[in-house]
Design a protein around this ligand. Structure first.
Ligand code: MN
Length: 200
């Protein structure tokens, strides 16, 4: 059995003008697909379910660098596609809004912390909003394809929101302007998905 590339819930041009169709298609069919191919090769196809993937991430320190990079790459992208959607309605659920205010002082301060994490990640990586074991929320960033589920993470937690800040995620449309891409991200967040992950 092998991990497979799932279809997106929307078309490649559905996130225009915030993320362009060419970026979405290349990101999904080339970058994400390559992580899956390399993961299957590194695991010799010995795992293929979400549960197995989560178990690998939780114990990633005992796996090879190839598995770390590609298990992270597959998990992170699968999650990212669910966390963005066409910008029809993207209000934050009142219960989650209350929690953001409790943890960050205000929604604006949460956004600032998230933008800062995304901007200051040097090179390639991800910015995250996570729920920690004590239920508190924190903004963190990770390098490469690492994520906060890995046993190697400085701060562990369940990812609620994620932003890919690799150049491949924005270079065609935004070139070197990562800050503009981060601003565009606020328009296409699937807050319903964030809320459902938080309330689990
Ligand atoms: Mn990516």
């Amino acid at each position: 059995m092998k991990f497979k590339l799932n279809n997106l819930d929307y078309s490649y041009n559905a996130l225009e003008p915030h993320i362009d169709a060419a970026t979405m298609e290349i990101h999904h069919t080339k970058h994400h697909a390559a992580y899956i191919t390399n993961l299957n090769n590194a695991l010799k196809d010995e795992a293929s379910t979400e549960e197995e993937l989560l178990a690998i991430l939780d114990n990633i320190s005992s796996y090879s660098v190839a598995i770390r990079n590609n298990a992270g790459g597959h998990y992170n992208h699968s999650l990212f596609w669910k966390l963005i959607k066409p910008s029809t309605s993207n209000a934050i659920h009142p219960e989650l809004e209350k929690e953001l205010i409790k943890n960050f002082g205000s929604v604006e301060q949460f956004k600032k912390a998230f933008e800062q994490a995304a901007l200051s990640r040097f090179g390639s990586g991800w910015a995250w909003l996570i729920k920690k074991e004590d239920q508190s929320l924190e903004v963190v960033s990770t390098p490469n394809q690492d994520n906060p589920l890995m046993d190697t993470a400085t701060t562990k937690g369940t990812p609620l929101l994620a932003l890919d800040v690799w150049e491949h995620a924005y270079y065609l449309k935004y070139q070197n302007k990562r800050a503009d891409y981060i601003q565009a991200f606020w328009h296409i967040i699937n807050w319903q998905e964030v809320y459902s992950r938080w309330s689990k």
